[in-house]
Ligand binder design. Structure first.
Ligand SMILES: Cc1ncc(COP(=O)(O)O)c(C=O)c1O
Length: 391
């Protein structure tokens, strides 16, 4: 491994020399250890990172609570690994491509031939749309949900059935079942769902997915799986292992904080992986693969990021509850709540005070989606909330 100097790292992160000395928590793990005097545990480094990231984000401002990003970014060990990309960055077929496939396969408990590594999980959705509905046909999806697959369906001139969520903001599985027919080419479910943040009832969704998969391929978008802490919650990967026509998508963008480095994963039967492979339009970049591979192995950082997310999420949900606002029971790194006014007004209020929040998600135009920042940021945010809601 080629360690990067602190100065190099901070130059690349754009923080400048002034910040290099003041904010060691932004450094790769190896450099942070040196900067903090050598004898420092990884937990201490993560605590330093929390303080310094909060400071750096405050200075960089505005605070982004709008795109469901991990406020801490990548783990210090992933920053170390990122630099290993230098060794392979001039090569086609860098070995890390196979390494990460195996690491992720082990992470989710499937053979490596069940995994396709993509440029973010959005690419799983685009290649699925191309693989299954290039010649039209129908797509069934809940609405609102993450828009990429329905949007690709529109682009490819498929008929997209957007089935409205039910009164509890869940997938309306009865109506989705009715919408699946002879011409259906793809069925989309998103669990937990974006923008609503809630988790579907496990056995009901599982029964729906299995039964729909007998008629058409079903894509289960699990971009937020890593934030779920509902007891007993299970991924749908086991349906893939049973040989069902199910494709599970995951991402390195959320818990692992690598959205800009573009790395995602599809888990599916090998014949489906082979079919999807034919539609891939490019390869994930070698730096992102190195960082994602290290992030998958860095369980201490994962637990840290999950815990910090839980703290910020609980603070926001408790505050909304005290203010008498309805909020979906979030199992993600964002919260969706009833603002009681056009969300653009709330966006303006917070922008003027240094926070960006999510866009409107019609027909829930008076609901707001707020991503979870660092605990300190969430404290500032909830302090502003009563004023924002009553303004
Ligand atoms: C539900 C869902 N799926 C997929 C994505 C795409 O993420 P990426 O392409 O960065 O993996 C997002 C991004 O916000 C999302 O919310």
């Amino acid at each position: 491994m080629q360690p990067v100097s602190r100065r190099q790292w901070l130059r690349t992160t754009g923080l400048g020399l002034g910040a290099t000395v003041a904010l060691p928590g932004l450094l790769p793990a190896s450099d942070m250890a040196r900067a903090l005097g050598g004898d420092v545990s990884y937990d201490d480094m993560l605590a330093q990172m929390e303080r310094d990231v909060t400071e750096a984000r405050r200075v960089a401002g505005p605070i982004r609570l709008c795109f469901n990003e991990n406020p801490f970014g990548m783990s210090p060990k992933a920053k170390d690994a990122l630099m290993e990309g230098w060794a392979q960055h001039t090569w086609y077929q860098p070995p890390i491509r196979e390494t990460i496939r195996e690491t992720f396969a082990k992470h989710v408990g499937v053979p490596a031939d069940h995994v396709l590594v993509t440029q973010g999980s959005s690419e799983v959705l685009s290649i699925l749309a191309m693989a299954y509905s290039l010649d039209g046909g129908e797509i069934v999806a809940p609405w609102p949900t993450f828009e990429d697959l329905p949007r690709w369906g529109d682009t490819l001139r498929a008929t997209v059935h957007k089935v409205p969520l039910d009164a509890e903001l869940g997938h309306d599985l009865d109506r989705m079942t009715d919408a699946v027919g002879r011409r259906t080419k793809l069925v989309f479910v998103c669990n937990p769902n974006n923008p609503t943040s809630n988790l579907a009832n496990d056995s009901e969704l599982r029964a729906f997915v299995s039964s729909a998969a007998r008629r058409a391929p079903v894509i289960v978008d699990e971009a937020y799986y890593d934030f779920v802490d509902a007891p007993g919650h299970k991924s749908m990967v086991d349906l893939v292992l049973k040989g069902e026509q199910v494709i599970v998508s995951r991402t390195a963008s959320k818990l692992y904080g690598l959205a800009g480095l573009r790395c995602g994963f599809a888990v599916a039967r090998p014949d489906i992986v082979a079919k999807l492979q034919q539609y891939v339009t490019g390869d994930p970049n070698v730096f992102g693969l190195h960082a994602a591979n290290a992030a998958l192995l860095d369980t201490a950082y994962q637990q840290f990021a999950q815990q910090k997310n839980r703290e910020g999420r609980t603070l926001l949900l408790d505050t909304l509850n005290r203010l008498g606002r309805r909020a979906a029971p979030s199992q993600t790194n964002f919260v969706f709540f009833h603002a009681g006014k056009p969300v653009e007004q709330l966006q303006r209020y917070f922008t003027e005070r240094g926070f960006l929040i999510g866009r409107p998600f019609p027909p829930f135009s008076d609901w707001a989606r707020v991503s979870i920042g660092t605990p300190a940021e969430m404290q500032q945010f909830v302090d502003l909330l009563p004023g924002a809601l009553s303004a």
